[in-house]
Design a protein. Structure first.
Length: 145
C-alpha cells in the first residue's frame, strides 16, 4: 500500500483470498480505505478470487464451486467486485471441467502456467503461439463459453 501510494503507475494483482484475508484483517481502517480506493481505481485487482489455489486442494466439482464461492463472497461483500479473469500459474493440473465451471461462474479468461511438455513444444516450436481458445465440453454444451 505504501509503495502504491508513492508510485501512482503501480498496479498489483492478488489471487488467493485466504492469504489476502490473513493480511487484510490485521490492517487498520486507514489502510483498508486506501486499498478500497486502489481497487476502485483498478490499481489493485483480484484475479481468480478463490479461497485457495484450485488444484490438489479442490479436486471435485463441488470443491471447486465452494472454493470460488467462498472467495467471491468475501470480495463482493468487502470490495463490491467479482473477478473476471482466472489465474492458475502454479497449479498442478487443469481439467476441462475446471475451465467449464470457471466459464459458468462468469470468468472470461483463464491463464495457466503449466501444461504438458508435448503440448508446449507443439505450440511454441511449431505453431509459434502459446495462446489458444479453450472451449470446455463444447461437444455437449456448445461454444458459447
Amino acid at each position: 500500500i505504501e509503495q502504491m501510494e508513492k508510485r501512482p503507475q503501480t498496479k498489483f494483482t492478488y489471487v488467493e483470498i485466504k492469504y489476502f484475508t490473513m493480511w487484510y484483517t490485521r490492517q487498520n481502517q486507514e489502510t483498508k480505505d486506501k486499498l478500497k480506493k486502489f481497487v476502485k481505481e483498478g490499481r489493485f485487482e483480484f484475479l481468480n478470487g478463490g479461497w485457495s489455489a484450485n488444484d490438489e486442494a479442490c479436486p471435485a466439482y463441488q470443491d471447486i464451486i465452494d472454493n470460488m464461492m467462498t472467495g467471491h463472497q468475501f470480495l463482493q461483500k468487502e470490495f463490491g467486485v467479482t473477478p473476471r479473469v482466472a489465474w492458475l500459474l502454479d497449479s498442478f493440473g487443469h481439467s476441462s471441467a475446471n475451465a467449464r465451471l470457471y466459464a459458468d461462474m462468469g470468468l472470461e479468461a483463464l491463464f495457466v502456467g503449466r501444461l504438458d511438455m508435448r503440448d508446449r513444444d507443439q505450440r511454441f516450436e511449431h505453431d509459434h503461439s502459446l495462446n489458444y481458445l479453450w472451449r470446455p465440453f463444447s461437444k455437449h454444451f456448445g461454444d458459447s463459453n
